[in-house]
Design a protein around this ligand. Structure first.
Ligand SMILES: [Zn+2]
Length: 68
C-alpha cells in the first residue's frame, strides 16, 4: 500500500474499528497522512508532497505572547 499524498510505501496500520471488522485506519510514516480503509482518498495534485516540498515547508508562525 502506498500513501495517497506522498507516494511512500512506509505505511502502517494505526488502528482497527472498535466494533466488528468494519475498517482500519492507516497512517503514512513519512508525511503523517492517514485514512480509513473504507475511503478511497484522492489528493489533489497541488496538495501532494514529495521530498523537496517536505524539506521546504514553511514553519508555522509562532503565536506572540498575550498582552497583559
Ligand atoms: Zn505520505
Amino acid at each position: 500500500m502506498k500513501c495517497h499524498r506522498c507516494g511512500s510505501d512506509n505505511v502502517r496500520k494505526m488502528v482497527d474499528s472498535p466494533v466488528g471488522d468494519a475498517w482500519e485506519v492507516y497512517v503514512c510514516e513519512k508525511c503523517c497522512y492517514s485514512w480509513r480503509s473504507t475511503e478511497n482518498p484522492v489528493v489533489m495534485e497541488k496538495f501532494k508532497l514529495d521530498d523537496n516540498k517536505i524539506a521546504n515547508m514553511g514553519v508555522i508562525p509562532p503565536i506572540p505572547p498575550l498582552k497583559k
